[in-house]
Design a protein around this ligand. Structure first.
Ligand code: ATP
Ligand code: MG
Length: 390
């Protein structure tokens, strides 16, 4: 295979967050060097990278420096401008490419793609309507309410979303968002939520990790449990098949995660996809043969995809900045990691973020154990130590 990029070559990452940091760790452990392009000077990925190129995501000189240094470039940040990926692709292998990323970063393009590929994937997105003008609000059909108004771009962790019950609510929310183009989605009765992590190589080979069950709190991922306690074998099969159809249809190369809703009747609805490793895939670091970050390295370097087998049941808990504070006060203290790490099967991952802001993802904990029940018990004990309501 001539397109194999062997270590000790340089791999590039667009974005300096925690996903880039964990990617750097995985790439370096395989002998690669890592260059990160990111505008902020102190960032989680920059601390781990061999080189940090401090530049805006669309800065031509910065992009050219990244392309010149690296044999392949990936992205850890969903909102990286697609034009930047296209520019990079003129001189270096880029995975995922501008097409896949541009579909995933625009909710209208994403929903349209899900509808267009439904015949192959077997799943549809939630009923929805584009809200670009006040007239669009007048034309909303009753069965889309109650719903959720979501900005088309730049939404994450529940930001850029407002729950609405009536047309007047939609009007107020649309005004509140400065009348940027939004998507109104029907509010569905979710039984539970799952995500499917996949990876596809440039040769078209693809793998799917075990289905993860996710619990969100205040719009932010709270826990991921694998295997999911509610997932039926039939649901898992359908979700995995849908995910593989979706990445093939996109012609995607790299790691991609798709979020699904499971409704009370067991039916699957596709929510959104992330063109990169995903928070719900962090458990793979400690519980799978190949982590999602090592998998991204393999996919972009033209290496065979790794074994996705899970060797231990796992529960992942996101660590938000809130636990550095006692109550509503401003005093900051370090959580009692010594007590948490005394629990069996605890794996602590902190992202090197200096300032523990509330609702900011500071790290995660993954508990692995011989049985899921034990992993959950140890996670509950950690929650008690950290002052998190389990
Ligand atoms: P992420 O952090 O995953 O990028 P996001 O801000 O892009 O999140 P979504 O994934 O669209 O937003 O929604 C966040 C959460 O809100 C979902 O995981 C789900 O719990 C809830 N939600 C979103 N859309 C719907 C819907 N149509 N019906 C019911 N619940 C929904
Ligand atoms: Mg989501």
């Amino acid at each position: 295979m001539s397109n194999v990029k062997n270590p000790p070559a340089w791999l590039g990452v667009m974005g300096g967050g925690q996903l880039g940091r964990m990617f750097a760790h995985a790439a370096q452990s395989m002998g690669y060097s890592v260059a990160v392009l990111e505008p902020s000077a102190d960032c989680p990925a920059g601390q781990a990278a061999n080189r940090l190129i401090n530049a805006d995501y669309s800065d031509a000189a910065g992009l050219d420096a990244l392309a010149a240094q690296c044999v392949a470039v990936t992205t850890e940040f969903e909102n990286v401008p697609a034009d930047s990926l296209s520019r990079l692709a003129q001189s270096v292998f880029v995975a995922p490419d501008a097409h896949g990323v541009s579909v995933a970063q625009d909710r209208i393009a994403e929903k349209g793609f899900f509808v267009a590929s439904a015949a192959k994937s077997g799943v549809m997105p939630a009923p929805h309507k584009v809200i670009a003008t006040d007239a669009d609000i007048d034309a909303i059909s009753d069965d889309l309410l109650p719903g959720i108004l979501k900005t088309v771009r730049m939404g994450y962790d529940g930001k850029g979303q407002v729950r609405v019950k009536s047309r007047d609510d939609v009007r107020a929310a649309f005004d509140g968002m400065g009348k940027v183009t939004c998507l109104l989605e029907k509010m569905l009765p979710l039984a539970y939520e799952v995500s499917v992590l996949t990876a596809r190589g440039a040769d078209g080979a693809s793998v799917v990790y075990p289905i993860a069950e996710n619990v969100h709190r205040d719009g932010i991922l709270f826990t991921t449990t694998v295997p999911g306690p509610n997932i039926t074998a039939d649901c898992a099969r359908k979700a995995q098949a849908a995910a593989q159809a979706i990445v093939a249809e996109l012609g995607y190369v790299g790691v991609l995660c798709i979020e699904f809703f499971v409704l009370a009747d067991g039916s699957l609805v596709v929510n959104e996809m992330a063109p990169r490793p995903h928070n719900s895939g962090h458990y793979t670091i400690d519980a799978c043969v190949t982590s999602q970050f090592a998998q991204q390295v393999r996919a972009m370097a033209g290496l065979p995809l790794g074994d996705v087998r899970q060797h231990s049941p796992a529960v992942m808990l996101n660590i938000l900045g809130d636990i550095w504070y006692e109550g509503e006060g401003d005093d900051v203290r370090e959580p009692a990691w010594n007590k948490v790490l005394a629990l069996p099967g605890a794996n602590l991952h902190l992202y090197g973020k200096e300032e523990p802001r509330r609702a900011r993802k500071m790290g995660h904990l993954t508990f692995v154990a011989p049985t899921l029940v034990e992993a959950q018990q140890h996670l509950n004990a950690a929650c008690a130590i950290l002052g998190i309501e389990a």
